[in-house]
Write a protein that binds this ligand. Sequence first.
Ligand code: PLP
Length: 370
Amino acid sequence: MSVASIVVDIDAILHNIGVFRKIAPNSELIAVVKANAYAHGKTVLAQQICHHVDGFAVARLDEAIQLINALKKVGKTKRIILLEGFFIHDNLNDLIKYGFETVIHSSWQIDALKQMADKEKITTWFKIDTGMHRLGFNPADASHCFSQLLSCNVVKKPVHILSHFCCADEITSNKTIEQMAIFDQFIDSIKDKTTIGKQSIAASAGLLAWSDARRDVVRPGISLYGVSPFEYPQTDFDLKPAMTFKSELIAIRTHQQGESVGYGQTWQSPNDTILGVVAMGYGDGYPRNIPHNTPVLINGRKVPIVGRVSMDMIVVDLGLASQDKLGDEVIFWGNELPVEEIAAHTKISAYELLTRLTARANISYINKQA
Ligand SMILES: *Cc1c(COP(=O)(O)O)cnc(C)c1O
């Protein structure tokens, strides 16, 4: 037992991978482990699930290098895709050295590849902008850019093609259907089909909710960790949350009606009560600005956080009947209190709640199969 800690259940992640394999039996599965695997600790996690996925994806070259080195350490290797491609300052030779696959979203990247003399060394994913309007080639000149990319010596053929949805979490949105149509028009427009490699459009929401989006390769992130990308309470996809974010009671105090607690006296107790002080704070990544009555789980019951969240401490109202003891576990989210519920309550998305966790929160792993 330690203070603010993240416990990751590898079996839950393997269960979720099983769910994806059932939903998309013919698709390769690329596990998205950017942002330290959404705070689940990418290196150990990747080592543990390596044999169950077809590859990994990250957002930055340095993330990819950390990942491949961690895998090498345990004698493993796997495809790694750079979802945002290489950046202007990145060294392209690193892509060759490590064998990373890269997304190509802009003409300047094609120009950079043209300068390289090596033959068929870099696997690329041509990104077409079907409506997200963030990264990717405009459909109007995508065919031209695609042939430019094919003309680069260093680029392996065929070239894979991907896109990204902007509204796949809105199950009734027409936007996703439109985006798939634009994607398919682009594929149709390429005359030499032998130049087309694999197709990929679906992240978590696309994979779970849009059957036509399950192409050659799927790229789940948040759902891999058992968290739904849809609005809460969401359709049940039989996902199991992998993370328990918890700490412990470090003080218990009796408290009188009308007394305040914490910085700024933002809360006064309406009754005599018993308060618990928990070793958790915004220094661990728990958000500071949360609404009144945000729950935590202690000894199987939900109790509210009261007063302001401090850097290292959070106070909870245990109630007069409290039998709780020093050292008792306090769960901020996990199996019985989904992070989606905290997201709905705080209006901070589950993606952000997870990725804002800090390095002070120690990560440990449970793996019953190992
Ligand atoms: C982050 C990301 C994903 C994973 O998204 P989730 O919604 O977490 O499943 C997939 N593809 C791309 C391009 C991404 O940036």
